[in-house]
Write a protein that binds this ligand. Structure first.
Ligand SMILES: [Zn+2]
Length: 170
């Protein structure tokens, strides 16, 4: 489906409203939104291809969606493979001012997240959901992003305060 940016935000707004109305039903439980809140703000994870460069509007698109979800108390997930995307995501979340102590959120994937970004995620009260994609694409990743390989999930990276990353199959 080819929706304009405004149409995508309206669709998300309608979903939020519909769930609020349906909340009267006992059998429906909200789990949250994600992981692709807005198409412009997600990268993809085909490591045989170059890292995608996000369009300039990505941050504004994501901020509109995050503000809507935060206002309605929706937890959410964000698809983000590369640290470049993650830094943009974190700047948006920091700008909204809704965190920490607000809506629960996680980053999905985060293959090349930097130690600095891990610290920012922690400061915002977020979490990281690591998957096992490197088990299938590790060779492609190593050929394209060799020096970054040691930062990938499954490779121990002790933080000074004792936090560690660990691969968690989903
Ligand atoms: Zn994803």
């Amino acid at each position: 489906m080819n929706l304009t940016r405004a149409a995508r935000l309206i669709r998300l707004r309608v979903i939020v409203m519909a769930v609020a109305l349906a909340g009267l039903l006992d059998w429906l439980r909200l789990n949250g939104a994600g992981e692709s809140l807005v198409w412009s703000a997600i990268d993809f994870e085909n490591f045989a291809q170059p890292r995608p460069v996000l369009p300039e509007r990505a941050a504004a698109d994501l901020e509109a969606a995050v503000r809507l979800l935060a206002e309605n108390g929706w937890p959410f997930r964000l698809h983000a493979t590369y640290d470049e995307t993650i830094r943009m995501d974190l700047a948006v979340l920091e700008r909204t001012g809704a965190f920490p102590g607000g809506v629960r959120w996680i980053l999905d994937h985060a293959e090349t997240i930097s130690p600095e970004s891990i610290d920012r995620v922690a400061a915002l009260g977020g979490a990281i959901s690591v998957q096992h994609r490197m088990a299938y694409q590790g060779r492609d990743f190593a050929e394209r992003h060799g020096p970054e390989l040691r930062r990938c999930p499954g490779v121990p990276d002790s933080r000074p305060d004792g936090r560690r990353r660990a691969a968690v199959p989903t």
